[in-house]
Design a protein around this ligand. Structure first.
Ligand code: PLP
Length: 425
């Protein structure tokens, strides 16, 4: 065809780092994939049973359900999160079920971001926020989390990565439409403190800005840290969309069930997008998520709760990975939440600055390619999670995923032991 094919909204967003790095890893024999964020173990038994029940029980679950969510699911989400957020949540007006948290984010951006609107994104950020802003015609405005120097002898921790309050305030203008928050944060694992959230909340209120908060890792918080939803702070429910994911909540990323919670004044616009695009999400998956939440509601806060057991297990995986990475001279930044950690590769950058790759290719990308090929380990370069002008500040970090089972962690250990032996003089 002679005509221009692709819509202009796709300009500049066609490259996807995941496709590139997953392909690279698949081309090498025997690579341990610690890049992508999905569990490689079975979901909890109650979730599997809920799914079996959904596909073998009521045959009407094979059919469409309500466009904005299967009623038992919207009902349990309303009651479960209503208690956590301290809000009376109406299942019909304040809840929308979407195709994963990705679907929730896309619906929110399409519903609220207009041509020329500014959207503040905290970096490092989950990589889809930038293209989703651009596709909606918005202008991403980035503000970076920066590490303060670790205390002597202490390992670096994601809690020491903070926003500079003056810089943050300077990003808000009369054109700012939305602030994108992600806590616990991917890729850093930072859990925003109450004080940090209060600052964001006051700026959003002062500048009449909507807060889109991605809280898919809300149950994965370690070391006694506490997840706080910004929508629970005074005056924030009215201007906040809170996004969650069944995939991350119950270790079922393939089910692709997500949700958005928020005030009707915002949600009605998301419903317009939803009913004119996706319209409807898989009924059986929604039924299985509803039953899983009903089970969790009964066990909430008790040792039998998955939301108690899962973070304990994942914290052990985190600690295992930290120790193993340290053994070869990598310097992990200890995450307080999520299932990712980033690790500092500066020492390698100093020792072997000339890894193969284009001169303008960020070092972390070259390092990951080298590591896949030579060490049989896959991670994701952190420059993937920052805006292009800021890549040079983050190109000495790579991200590992630790939501992995024992055999994968053992396979990682073997690779790292071999690496360590090669480092010996
Ligand atoms: C921060 C964050 N938000 C959203 C998603 C997407 O979640 P879902 O699989 O439910 O679409 C992910 C997945 O990796 C994520 O890390």
């Amino acid at each position: 065809m002679a005509k221009r094919l692709q819509a202009r909204r796709l300009d500049g967003i066609d490259h996807n780092p995941w496709v590139e790095f997953v392909k690279l890893a698949s081309e090498e024999a025997d690579v341990v994939n610690l890049g992508q964020g999905f569990p490689d173990f079975s979901p909890p038994e109650f979730a599997v049973e809920a799914f079996q029940h959904a596909i073998s029980g009521d045959f009407m679950l094979n059919q469409y359900t309500k466009a904005f969510g299967y009623p038992p699911l919207t009902k349990i989400l309303a009651s479960f999160f209503g208690k956590l957020l301290g809000q009376e949540i109406d299942p019909l007006k304040n809840v929308l079920v979407t195709v994963g948290a990705y679907g929730a984010l896309f619906t929110a951006f399409q519903a609220l971001v207009d041509e020329g609107d500014e959207v503040i994104i905290v970096e490092p950020f989950f990589d889809c926020y930038e293209p989703m802003t651009l596709m909606a015609g918005g202008r991403p405005v980035f503000v970076s989390l920066k590490p303060s120097p670790p205390q002597k002898g202490e390992p670096d921790s994601s809690s020491s990565w903070q926003l500079d309050p003056t810089e943050l305030a300077s990003k808000f203008t009369s054109r700012t439409k939305a602030f994108i928050l992600n806590t616990p944060n991917n890729p850093l694992g930072k859990v925003f403190s109450r004080e940090e959230l209060e600052l964001v909340a006051s700026l959003c209120q002062q500048h009449d800005v909507v807060c889109i908060t991605d809280e898919v890792y809300q149950w994965l918080v370690f070391d006694g840290f506490q997840h706080i939803s910004i929508a629970s702070l005074p005056g924030m429910w009215e201007r906040t969309l809170t996004i969650g994911s069944a995939g991350k909540t119950f270790s079922v990323t393939g089910w692709k069930v997500g949700w958005v919670l928020g005030p009707d004044s915002l949600m009605k616009h998301l419903r317009t997008v939803h009913q004119n695009s996706i319209y409807h999400c898989a009924t059986q998956c929604q039924a299985a998520v509803a039953q899983s939440f009903e089970r969790e509601q009964l066990h909430f806060g008790q040792p039998s709760s998955y939301f108690v057991q899962f973070p304990q297990y994942i914290q052990r995986c985190r600690d295992h990975m930290i120790q193993s990475l340290q053994s070869v001279g990598l310097r992990p930044v200890i995450p307080q939440g999520s299932y990712f950690l980033i690790t500092d590769i500066s020492d390698f950058k100093n020792k072997m600055p000339d890894l193969p790759g284009a001169a303008d290719e960020p070092y972390d990308r070259r390092f990951v390619k080298w590591m896949i090929k030579n060490k049989g380990l896959m991670a994701i370069p952190v420059s993937t999670f920052v805006s292009v002008p800021h890549q040079k500040f983050f190109d000495h970090y790579i991200r590992f995923c630790f939501v992995k089972d024992e055999p994968t962690l053992r396979a990682m250990d073997q690779k790292l032991q071999k690496w360590k032996a090669e480092l010996m003089p």
